[in-house]
Design a protein around this ligand. Structure first.
Ligand code: ZN
Length: 299
């Protein structure tokens, strides 16, 4: 059974709300970032990407997927950050799908599970289901959906190590995980582990070379379109502006405020604050453990 063409649709899960959330420097409660899941489908089968992380999100996404009436063959995870996949086991079981990722991402997934008690279960107590790492690799980083090729492209470090995008050449689509963002603040915190933002710029260049028309970003404002040229350009500009501010702004709060002034409509200011804490924390405390500074920036 081979479909003439594939289609895709996107479901954006809003971040979980917390009644007792601590506050950001501007007084608003901490939250998270919306997480986008993509359903790529043919006549009968479908592949789902990055199925978010709380039990509630898994339920909402699962109900949306079920209404599409397709057989879910694979759930693809773009990278190891827990907010993209801690709910994968719940969805895999519901739909009888296998979970796939690269060997590098699988290693990062294990690291994110190890960080649950230090980070995720502190920030989102009781909201995240069990998250065993069941992902497997596929030979040659390729798999098919009704005869159409889905290509896993490893792009190295973007907002974390060992990140990937999923390229579907037949429909000129890239599912970009956290390599390209769309209307939400980028997470820059882990750039302190790799000497700055240039590895991320290289990752963007790799995506641009695929010449997609459409990009579904892992974090996006659901009101935005998925134009590839715009989202690539805006992600590059954000990185450049962050580098500028790192030269001119003396403190994390000043960096935070300047970014909000430049990007007043961007979602996920909690992510911006975590970035600022990591960037300035490492600068101001060169003798402290970098990974502890990064984690503390979220709490
Ligand atoms: Zn992310």
């Amino acid at each position: 059974m081979s479909a003439a063409t594939l289609s895709y649709e996107v479901f954006v899960n809003d971040p979980p709300q917390k009644a007792d959330a601590p506050l950001l420097p501007n007084g608003e409660p901490k939250g998270g970032s919306p997480v986008a899941s993509t359903l790529i489908y043919g006549a009968e089968d479908a592949v789902l990407t990055d199925p978010a992380f709380t039990t509630e999100q898994a339920q909402a996404l699962g109900d949306w997927v079920a209404a599409k009436d397709r057989n879910i063959t694979e759930i693809y995870i773009t990278h190891g950050h827990g907010d993209h996949w801690f709910a994968a086991g719940v969805l895999a079981e519901r739909f009888g799908a296998r979970v796939i990722a690269t060997a590098g991402s699988i290693e990062q997934m294990h690291a994110n599970v190890a960080a649950r008690p230090l980070l995720w279960d502190k920030a989102y107590a009781g909201l995240i289901p069990p998250s065993p790492v069941t992902a497997e690799t596929v030979p040659g980083n390729r798999f098919t959906l009704e005869g159409h090729e889905l290509v896993i492209v490893e792009v190295g470090h973007s907002d974390t190590d060992d990140t990937t995008v999923l390229h579907i050449p037949d429909i000129e689509l890239v599912v970009s995980g956290d390599v390209i963002y769309n209307g939400a603040h980028l997470y820059l915190g882990e750039s302190v582990l790799v000497g700055g933002l240039d590895p991320w710029r290289s990752a963007i260049d790799t995506v641009a070379a695929l010449e997609p028309r459409h990009i579904v970003c892992g974090h996006q404002n659901k009101r935005n379109d998925d134009d590839a040229d715009r989202t690539i350009a805006e992600t590059r500009q954000y990185l450049d502006y962050a580098d500028e501010l790192l030269q001119t702004e003396p403190t994390a709060v000043a960096f935070f405020n300047a970014m909000i002034e430049r990007y007043p409509d961007h979602l996920a200011r909690t992510v911006l604050w975590a970035s600022a804490n990591a960037l300035y924390g490492v600068r101001n405390h060169p003798d402290e453990e970098v990974r502890e500074i990064i984690l503390a920036g979220w709490l």
